[in-house]
Design a protein around this ligand. Sequence first.
Ligand code: FES
Ligand code: FES
Length: 170
Amino acid sequence: MSQHGETADISVVVNGEAWTHTVEVRRTLADVLRDDLRLTGTHLGCEQGVCGACTVELDGAAVRSCLMLAVQADGAAITTIEGLTNVDGSLSTLQAGFRDAHGFQCAFCAPGFLITAKLLLDENPAPSREEIREAISGNLCRCTGYESIIASIEQVVRSASQADTTEVNS
Ligand code: FES
Ligand code: FES
């Protein structure tokens, strides 16, 4: 990163694509993702680190992009909700699980829940209901759709285990 007064050059990999850009040092990662990269799937709710709607994956960890400065992400690999779709643009198993089990009402919270669920399943492909509850406990849904969100993640786990069984039996 080279600094020029109030701006700095950053290099990041976002959803698999390398990106270098000059950003104002005071701008948040969420604002740069949404306004500069036009990745508006990352939502801004509270902008105070409380709701989790702005959660993105940064080097394998969940971060609140409303609290992080874009310059702090220099050199990182970032995944946003746009990066969860399959290469051909179809819904991933995770996204399809939320659709099929009605994990959304207004869906404002969805980007944060989906990234949180991805990270949970990356680490623990067969979480218990309690582990799912614990993992999503930092994300808020104003439509109080928690039961259906938990059911959605359980649906993804079931789909993955059925796919594994089919593979073994074929
Ligand atoms: S918008 Fe970032 S935590 Fe709410
Ligand atoms: S579905 Fe509306 S905020 Fe969660």
